[in-house]
Write a protein that binds this ligand. Structure first.
Ligand SMILES: [Zn+2]
Length: 288
């Protein structure tokens, strides 16, 4: 007899289309404020979709966004979702000094806590940029008071990845867990199975099969992620970008929302703290 279905963790990295690391060479951060912001309406669509499916999730929110759209932060927590940190300025941890990384993660945590009135326990590094070369980042997260990180992708990729890292939850410092995004183990290597560009690229049935494999064969909860701009097929196109970046950013945007709705219906989903920290969120206030 199979046991009860596993609750997986649903996560959203709250940033806008012009803040994506792959586009950083084309859009200097001092010009971010000149771009049309679309994150607000996209997050509102996501909140509606989650409400319809009665699903709660974790929103790793960029400090830069929270500062400009404080009501978005309140909408997220008021709907019973977990507010977590994606850092302040979306700089890869691998490109920052220890001091600058500490300042970024501390600033984001304080800002999100001040805006929400809630403790922020989770952190996800931009572009999964914690790996073998900068494990000092965990010292900074521990010092800043985070309880978990979801910043390692145990795959080989040209921009990120730590293929030798444990695939599932593990303690990296006293009081600090690393919760790596999900990979499926096939043919003696790890394959991405947790969302992002791969979810848009692969047929939905394959994404679903990979997640089922993790739940059934590994017996572990999966961690899935997506971005608000991934449901926004009408976002402004950035001119002059490389063919590879264009493909990765724009492929199948128009299918993402429909696929997400199927994903929400096909699996049980919850917040990161609920799935991994055993947090009782039954008391989480849902205000209207
Ligand atoms: Zn990001």
């Amino acid at each position: 007899m199979p046991g009860p279905p596993i609750t997986n963790a649903l996560t959203i990295d709250v940033e806008d289309y012009f803040q994506v690391s792959a586009l950083a060479p084309y859009i200097p951060r001092d010009q971010w404020h000149l771009r049309e912001c679309r994150v607000e309406r996209n997050v509102e669509r996501i909140l509606l979709m989650l409400e319809e499916q009665q699903t709660r999730a974790t929103f790793f929110t960029l400090g830069w966004i929270a500062e400009r759209y404080p009501h978005l932060v309140r909408c997220i927590v008021d709907a019973g979702h977990e507010l977590a940190s994606h850092g302040y300025g979306h700089q890869r941890a691998s490109e920052l000094s220890e001091a600058d990384f500490s300042a970024d993660v501390g600033r984001a945590k304080k800002l999100l806590e001040d805006l929400s009135g809630q403790q922020v326990r989770g952190y996800r590094a931009p572009s999964f940029s914690i790996g073998e070369a900068n494990l000092w980042a965990f010292d900074c997260l521990q010092e800043a008071g985070y309880c978990y990180s979801s910043s390692i992708y145990p795959i080989r990729h040209d921009h990120y990845g730590m293929p030798g890292a444990p695939r599932f939850a593990h303690r990296v410092r006293c009081g600090l867990l690393e919760l790596p995004v999900t990979t499926a183990r096939l043919f003696d290597r790890n394959w991405p199975a947790s969302g992002g560009g791969y979810f848009r690229l692969l047929p939905y049935a394959l994404s679903r099969w990979l997640l089922q494999k993790v739940n059934q064969l590994d017996g572990q909860p999966a961690i899935f992620y997506f971005h608000p701009w991934e449901i926004d097929a009408a976002q402004p196109r950035i001119a002059g970008i490389s063919a590879k970046t264009r493909f990765r950013h724009y492929v199948n945007l128009r299918y993402t929302e429909g696929r997400l709705k199927r994903l929400l219906a096909d699996f049980n989903w919850g917040r990161m703290d609920e799935v991994f920290l055993g947090a009782d969120i039954s008391a989480a206030v849902v205000r209207r």
